[in-house]
Design a protein around this ligand. Structure first.
Ligand SMILES: Cc1cc2nc3c(=O)[nH]c(=O)nc-3n(C[C@H](O)[C@H](O)[C@H](O)COP(=O)(O)OP(=O)(O)OC[C@H]3O[C@@H](n4cnc5c(N)ncnc54)[C@H](O)[C@@H]3O)c2cc1C
Length: 335
């Protein structure tokens, strides 16, 4: 059967890349996203006086196809290199960030695509040779009004492993079991705006303690700069996050801030203007577990899976995975 209409569940970089490849090839694609905006873990929190990349911090480019895409975005000014001042020697490969926030990478990929926001897909149903989306209660009216199609020839799930499992279970219990065996680990993230701290350091990856990574967000290119303010993102290790998974946000902010002061070697933070915390339940793949291939595609069922959860939790891998599943679909529908 020729595949003409495709539903993609999830508007992170993997889902958007899949949707873009298919749309460019002339297929009718609808992307369903449970959140208000696109990007998933490529996210930027904006308050009146600051922005924080509270998910992905930066990315690297190793594969030639991904590198080509990134070079195009560099030429447009959407991506820049970032070399923060760190205690550790600077990395050998370039670190890239999107401008003016990490979610600009996803926005670039979402341009002119048919994305239906605020719509959580709670099940996918196989009916009379087509796929139907079942939306979470409350969503159908909006989703159907905004969607150009409601039945599809093929479905691609581009969501974190834990969120793909219940959707897959009735149709491919084997895939569901494989994904369930690769949990994504959680990550508490704290965002602080402070008066300037007496340090030249702009990022760090502590080897012990509760913090896994911290960065001065306004040291990235194209972020708003203010001499009287610094914006910090502090990410806990997965171990600390698991131990404090249900802690109150005020406790998380307090504990991570204390550990952060130790990292900076200063006694106290001066005049904190913003202090926010965000809990990523599904942040990154458990390291060391088996990979499942760049994407999954089943020809007869016309069902696919993509995302970083299959291989490595890296932006590059999300892009390549989305592209890979799109290529499998296009191979089914030549011309
Ligand atoms: C704290 C943190 C730090 C990171 N740091 C880095 C880094 O420095 N460098 C790096 O390369 N990578 C980093 N990563 C990993 C990187 O962000 C991911 O690998 C990549 O963004 C994954 O993209 P994705 O499209 O596979 O998934 P996601 O971005 O998670 O997209 C999935 C989308 O699906 C939506 N969704 C889920 N369920 C449903 C449903 N039922 N219906 C509709 N929509 C649904 C979600 O809302 C989401 O928008 C980090 C991740 C986190 C969380």
């Amino acid at each position: 059967m020729t595949i003409k209409r495709v539903a993609v569940v999830g508007a992170g970089l993997a889902g958007l890349t899949c949707a873009r490849e298919l749309t460019q090839a002339g297929l009718a694609v609808t992307v369903f996203e449970k959140s208000r905006g696109v990007g998933g873990r490529l996210s930027t929190r904006r308050v009146d006086w600051a922005t924080f990349d509270h998910g992905t911090q930066y990315f690297t480019a190793r594969d030639p196809v991904f590198t080509d895409w990134v070079n195009g975005l560099i030429a447009q000014g959407t991506v820049s290199q970032w070399s923060p001042v760190m205690r550790q020697p600077n990395p050998a490969e370039p670190w890239y960030v999107a401008n003016p926030g990490m979610n600009s990478l996803a926005r670039a990929q979402a341009k002119d695509l048919n994305v239906v926001p605020n719509t959580r897909v709670s099940a996918i149903k196989w009916l009379d040779g087509h796929w139907q989306m079942v939306f979470e209660e409350g969503a159908p009216a909006t989703a159907c009004d905004n969607a150009t199609e409601t039945t599809f020839d093929a479905v691609v799930l581009a969501v974190p492993n834990e969120q793909a499992v219940p959707l897959l279970q009735p149709h491919r219990a084997d895939w569901a079991a494989s994904l369930a065996a690769i949990p994504l680990l959680p990550c508490w993230t704290v965002m602080l705006s402070t008066e300037p701290v007496a340090t030249t350091l702009q990022a760090g990856q502590p080897e012990s303690g509760p913090i896994g990574w911290w960065a001065r967000n306004d040291s990235k290119p194209d972020r708003s700069k203010n001499e009287r303010q610094q914006d910090w993102v502090i990410q806990a290790t997965s171990t600390w996050t698991e131990q404090n998974l249900n802690a109150d946000k005020t406790v998380v902010i307090d504990e991570l801030q204390k550990a952060f002061l130790v990292q900076l070697g200063v006694a106290q933070m001066v005049n904190i203007q913003t202090a926010m915390a965000h809990r990523w339940l599904y942040a990154r793949r458990t390291p060391g577990l088996a990979t499942l291939g760049s994407s999954l595609w089943h020809t007869q069922q016309r069902l696919g899976v993509c995302g970083d959860g299959l291989t490595h939790s890296r932006v590059e891998q999300a892009y390549l995975s989305g592209r890979d599943v799109a290529m499998s679909i296009l191979n089914e529908s030549p011309g």
